[in-house]
Design a protein around this ligand. Sequence first.
Ligand code: NAD
Length: 480
Amino acid sequence: MQKIQNYINGKFADPQSGTYIDNYNPATGQVYSLIPDSDERDVEAAVQAAKKAFPAWSGMRSEDRSALLLRLSELIGKHLERFAVAESIDNGKPVWLARTVDIPRAVSNFHFYATAALHLSTETHAMGDVAINYTLRTPIGIAGCISPWNLPLYLFSWKIAPALASGNCVVAKPSEITPMTAYMLSEMAVEAGIPPGVLNIVHGYGTKVGKAIVAHPEIQAISFTGGTKTGEEISRIAAPMFKKLSLELGGKNPNIIFADCDFEKAVKTTVRSSFANQGEICLCGSRIFIERPLYEPFKEAFLAEVKKLKTGDPLDDGNWLGAIVSRPHMEKILHYIDLARHEGGKILSGGNRIQAGGIHAEGYFIEPTVIEGLPYDCRTNQEEIFGPVVTLQPFDTEEEVLRYANSTSYGLAATLWTQHLTRAHRVAARLHNGIVWVNCWLLRDLRTPFGGMKASGVGREGGFEALHFFTEEKNICIKL
Ligand code: NAD
């Protein structure tokens, strides 16, 4: 059985504990590899390696750092199919999705930040003939990057790339549920010639490795993507140490469909934004609000499209949905479907675990599920489910739908469907979300600020925002 290893100081290493965690293939429910059960000793070794590498890496010309990161990007692209298959097996996502979204995005993340860092500039502020101020931006030192399981390499590289490009050394931890492509990334880092100690990847549980990264006094910035509860715990440890913190957390995103929308596009895209990656994308919309005159026709067309979606073996390109990432997560989603029933919801489609056959008999598959008849403020409509489950609700006025949309503690993303230009601007401006898509979904420009409001996070990633996060500003005032 394949044994994943830590990557510390440019070398592959077993965990100090000598113990390993089982890694499950969610489509079969079987253990297929082993993950290092690392602890604070491995994190300490990674920090010492990063500390040693920092002067040379931060002092390197940005063109030279850029060239190394471009090489890393090229290598992931060269092995795209291998990465896509590995991601699919590890996470349960359809391989077509990993091939067209996850891995190409990891390639882009390194490419984007390798080049963006070349354009990072600072400002001067002249005070007439009295003085001149200029600002220096320097890398922070060692950055801790912690990522979740839903878009494993995509989100891991989204943090690591800007941290490295701006001259920091990194101690990173992928999710213990999906560690495989992070391990493959460490192999690529060796091949790309990234100097030892610049990038360190420590595998294991959040409560051991993640916590040790957050608490380590020599790690000065933490970039975290994951659940809101975990974000709270991280803040409790990191805030009193005055660490820089970027937190990308959970969501409960609204889709708002006005009666004047482009009907076909709205239906097709809403199916995608509901069930892509089994609904396990933080940007998926799980609450669909439909203007009353369109409610019945939209429901009918939406259900007809959902019925066409095939769920099964993620390695079979004929399946649109794959497996849920883990047994506990599958159980959590099924529990929420039961809760929806208890709260008075009517299941219009799905609602059950799929019992597949053959080698997939123990796999974690759930039918895409559509529910109606629930009030906007019940638990099903307020809590993050993070699976293939959506609710439909009618509304009559803009005021009403804004109240529904903004009612949760989250504020990550929203989609808005209307052909009415001024309404689009008016409603978008009043939504409490960090990202609003009008007549589209998941259309991403890597230069734009990315992140959530309220319990969906603190800070923004993307573009120069991330490069600013991973650098420290200093103003120098010179009296003339
Ligand atoms: P999680 O919070 O359980 O874990 C995320 C990472 O944090 C993992 O690597 C985990 O090992 C680690 N971790 C766990 N406890 C820790 C601790 N005490 N200290 C430090 N690290 C710790 O989240 P998950 O279940 O992996 O991911 C799903 C969540 O991520 C959902 O809530 C989803 O909305 C959110 N998410 C948000 C975004 C975004 O951009 N806002 C993107 C993707 C996922």
